[in-house]
Structures are given as C-alpha cells and as structure tokens.
Design a binder for this molecule. Structure first.
Ligand code: F6P
Length: 343
C-alpha cells in the first residue's frame, strides 16, 4: 500500500515522533510505502508530497514542529474541495491517508472517509488536550511543563517587586493547560473558559493575599476566558470559523482591569507559541510513538474512519466521530479542587 501522511492545524511537540512511528512501522511490518503531504490538507489539494522512508525520519523523535509543515487548510471551505481531495489522493496513487491533527483536521478526515470514500486513519493531536475519546493528547504535557517553568520563574520576580503577574497560556475552549500548570505552579488563581469569574473576584484573591502579608500574586489565565465588555466578536475568524485570538491577549485586558480596581502593580505575560515549540517531554514522545504505531496497524487492518486513542494505559482506537463530536472540557469537580488553593 502507498500511504499519505499529513500534519494539520497548529503544530505540537511530538508530531515528528508520530510521523517516524507511522513510517517505520508501516515499512518494517507491512512493507508499505509512504508519502509526506506538505502543509496539511493543502498538500493533498495541491498534490504536493515527498517520499518518506525510515531513513528520512531518522533522528526526528526529539525534534519539535513537523518535518511536513502544517496549515489550517479546510478542503470543505472550498467549492467541491472534498471531491478534489479524493481525486488528488487517487492521482497521487495513495491507498490511504494517516491524518495527524486536532478536531478540525480530524473532522475533515472523518468527512473525507465517510462522504468521499477516501480511507483515512487519524491520530489525535493538540497541546490543548481538549479532544474527547482520548485521555491525553501528545504535546499537552510538554506545554504544561513549559507553562509551569514560566510560572516558577515569574513568581520569583513577582515576589521581588510586590507585583501581581498575570500569565496567559493557550486554550481557546478548554482550560486544561491553565488548570494543570496552575496546580503544578501553585497559582493564586486560575481562570479557564469553562468557569465564569469576575475581575472583582480575581481582585479579591490578590487583596486577601496582601492582607496576609503576601504582597505578590500569580494568576494563570487561559487565552479563551471571556471577560465582561469583551470585544471578541469583532475579531476576525479563520477558515474553521474560529475567532482569531492572536491580537486580543486576555492577560492584558485582565491586567488593565486589575490595575484600575486595585492599588497594585500588575504585569501581563503571554506565553503564546513558546508552549508549542521545541523538544517534546519524554511522556509526549512515547505517547506520540505509540499512537503512530497504532495508526500504522489500523491502516494494515483496514480500520479506516478510526483514530488511535489513549485509554488508561492502553493505546487503542475509536471512531473518528467520537473524537470530533464533543469537546473535552475541564469538569467542575477538578476546578473545585484547584480552587481550594486560590488566594
Ligand atoms: O489549537 C491549538 C492552539 O495551540 C490553541 O491553543 C491556540 O489558540 C491556537 O492553537 C493558536 O494557533 P495559531 O498557530 O493559529 O496562532
């Protein structure tokens, strides 16, 4: 078989480890050939690919980013894009595709598989950890480690200057990175999209601390948190209809609000793409490798329309539909546990 491999959506530490595992497993175990499609679904639409042998993937397990490039191209946002994608696959001699991506990329994978008869296997990816049907996505723990290191560092400078520092982490719809790094870094408050919280309450945490002689605070906020009088609706949208949060920085708005309410020196730090760059932590490398291996097995078994998934200790597989149907958000109980340590 000749297999197309692509990475779509935002990049994520561990993508290269998946590519390597798919290619090495497919080649050594099943004698498959592989073609890397460049720039996500764009590579399929534009028929841009490069051969991928195990030798081509040597030495990439620890490398951040993706050797195939990525994009947020959505074939279904173009007229006849789904049919064109299927035609391209046939023209490139591809028997199946392994699509490594988040809910958007896997949503396209599902539609191409179900509606256009293009055999696709998925591998879930996102640093946000917000995909259903898998316990963790690779890249998440790398992002959490980077955010935790940042919190640790910001705390010492906040303490030296009696400041409140608001640190913004990624997470448009789900607060997994904020919650997990906030717990690990003993943040004084954690703001996530799932739980509405007022500026006044955040201010109260800072004031309570000051009353106890703790003159510095560290607040972790997810980029997707909505604040009162937010102008987010006026922002641009990408090809999947998501608001582009790149220029908004909730940390800045929160800091301004706190400064206006309290007699406190406040600074905002936006970690942004630092959380996605660089080498994956060991857990993510291993998870990515196991998911890539399972995807290659699925191709060989004809398990199309399915994706690799971590369930407990096992990497198994589930229908793509399960992955894209529902966003995995932070459950209230987990947030309540974290809240115990606020202020
Ligand atoms: O979906 C993953 C993610 O990292 C989000 O947390 C973040 O909002 C987004 O990607 C940023 O993507 P871009 O690469 O378009 O700036």
């Amino acid at each position: 078989m000749r297999i197309g491999v692509l990475t779509g959506g935002g990049d994520c530490p561990g993508l290269n480890a998946v590519i390597r595992a798919v290619v090495v497993t497919g080649t050594r175990r099943y004698g498959h050939q592989h073609v890397g499609l460049l720039g996500g679904w764009r590579g399929l639409l534009e028929r841009q690919g490069r051969p991928l042998t195990p030798e081509d993937t040597a030495g990439i397990v620890a490398r951040g980013g993706t050797i195939l490039g990525s994009s947020r191209t959505n074939p279904f946002s173009r007229d006849g894009g789904g049919a064109r994608a299927a035609e391209s696959a046939a023209a490139m001699g591809l028997d199946a595709i392994v699509a490594i991506g988040g809910e958007d990329t896997l949503g396209v994978a599902r539609r191409l598989n179900d509606e256009h008869g293009l055999p696709v296997v998925g591998v879930p990816k996102t640093i946000d950890n917000d995909l259903s049907a898998t316990d963790y996505t690779f890249g998440f723990w790398t992002a959490v480690q980077i955010a935790t290191d940042a919190i640790d560092r910001l705390k010492t400078t906040a303490e030296s200057h009696d400041r409140a520092i608001v640190v913004e982490v990624m997470g448009r719809h789900a607060g997994w990175i904020a919650l997990t790094s906030g717990i690990a870094g003993a943040a004084d408050a954690i703001l996530i999209p799932e739980v509405p919280i007022s500026l006044q309450r955040v201010g109260a945490f800072i004031e309570e601390r000051r009353a106890r002689g703790r003159n510095f605070s560290l607040i972790v906020v997810s980029e997707g948190v909505q604040l009162e009088d937010d102008a987010t609706d006026e922002a641009g949208r990408d090809e999947f209809g998501h608001v582009s949060l790149a220029d908004i920085a909730v940390a800045e708005r929160l800091s301004a609000g706190l400064r206006a309410r309290l007699d406190v020196d406040v600074r905002a730090v936006v970690l942004g793409h630092l959380q996605r760059g660089g080498t994956p932590v060991a857990f993510d490398r291993v998870l990515a490798t196991r998911c890539g291996l399972r995807a290659a097995e699925l191709v060989a078994e004809g398990g199309f329309g399915r994706m690799a998934a971590l369930r407990g200790d096992a990497v198994t597989d589930v229908p793509l539909a399960e992955a894209v149907d529902e966003l995995k958000v932070v459950p209230p109980t987990l947030y309540e546990q974290a809240e115990t340590f606020f202020g």
